[in-house]
Design a protein around this ligand. Sequence first.
Ligand code: FAD
Ligand code: AMP
Length: 466
Amino acid sequence: MGAGPGGYVAAIRCAQLGMSVACVDEWLNRGEPSLGGTCLNVGCIPSKALLESSHLYATSSNDFPDHGINVKGVSVDVKAMIARKDRIVKELTQGINGLFKTNKVKLVHGHAYVSPGKVVNVSDRGSPHTRESLEAGNIIIAAGSSTVRLDRAPITDGYIFDSTGALDFDSVPKTLGIIGAGAIGLELGSVWSRLGSEVVLLEALDTLLPSADKQVSRAVSRSYKQQGLDIRLNARLLSATVKQKKVHVTYEDTRGAQQVKFDKLVVAVGRKPNSDGLFGDELGLEIDEREYIHVNNYCETSVPGLYAIGDIVRGPMLAHKASEEGIMVAERIAGQPSAVNYDLIPNVIYTHPEVAWVGKSEYACNSAGIPANIGTFPIAASGRARAMGATDGLVKIVAHQETDRILGVHVCSAQASELIAQAVIAMEMGASAEDLALTMFAHPTLSESVHEAALAVHNRAIHVKN
Ligand code: FAD
Ligand code: AMP
């Protein structure tokens, strides 16, 4: 049930393993059935398409003169940018149709509802009538999540948007407010700020990116500030109303109630699991207090033969986590002893610089009494970063003091999303900081910063004072 990165990947893996598979999905993109769920239609992919376009624009406007490149009259065509994003989404979502065909996955468009006896009833969206019933030996629920809405800031055509709306503006708003400075708020804020909006992010917490390493979070905050992103912490939204073609926002901070006006407002305060309307009480499926379907480490629900994966269950709401759970469940149904390593889920925020981390932070080790050595390398000391003109950030490696095993890696840098994969591979292989230190890295690359941070764990970094 569901053809997002959890469901479609599970369906393909089940088919590869010789099962007869049907995948039911109800997503409509501009009125047309479209596979890929949130990630491909209104999440990972369209946001990265716009981040890429806006980064190119910002680079050409701000950085080209420094490179000795003179271009005149650089301007933004928002409609063309959005059309490019839509084209990429279409190509990729249609690609999944192709993959389903090759793998002989039966695709059923419609709303799925599980009844006792492992029956999936499919209806047309909004219709109470079952159009088709499917009986299955096993059912994987991968119905995903949707945006959390705030009554205090109701979605209002042309003025107050959720993340989906913010991927479809038809012009650059002069002023843009964003409620929530999590990954989604920061990425969308970056897109529109690079294209010329004055962006203010209101964040209820007192720290930016509280799950990231503190040094990384401080480094990236400085970069955001330099880029003109106005991030106000301790700022809790009280109300948002549209008056005289502006969104009037009231929020509360440490000094009391504050008021600010925007041309547009985006609410990006998180996502909630889509566990409503999927089954009735008679099924006996356990749901937790935050409406996630309760599962164990193998994504087994309280009902035998019924599994749930991705955003609809505990853990970070990330596409790669959903897909890995899908593969694990498919393989376990086929009798293989697969498992997901929940300790090594990489987290990435695709701003500039990017922020990425995996494993434990220095702070988490200190709090848990785990003795750790730390190796840090400033990106400014990397020759490649200087050549690129992207010198903000650092790489930090946390290794166990006694075993030297790498416990966590934290990166703030251009292409941190790519650098973090090296850390995940090393940690999956149980590498020590010395293993990385003994590995040869090509010069000049950003990856050398990972090498230098590993050397720094033992105070032997070359291009920085230890
Ligand atoms: P979904 O992708 O939500 O898919 C669920 C599917 O199930 C949907 O197609 C839905 O229509 C269908 N469905 C639901 N109920 C039913 C039903 N009853 N019957 C039939 N079909 C049903 N994650 C990352 O890892 N990297 C990123 O860069 C990233 N960027 C993001 C940017 C934005 C703006 C947003 C909103 C999200 C982003 N995410 C990112 C999160 C990522 O999109 C989700 O974690 C991922 O899509 C979850 O996959 P899923 O398969 O669990 O659910
Ligand atoms: P994420 O959960 O990463 O998608 O980020 C959502 C962010 O929105 C979190 O950092 C929350 O602290 C923040 N947030 C949630 N509710 C509010 C609110 N009412 N006002 C401001 N920020 C909020």
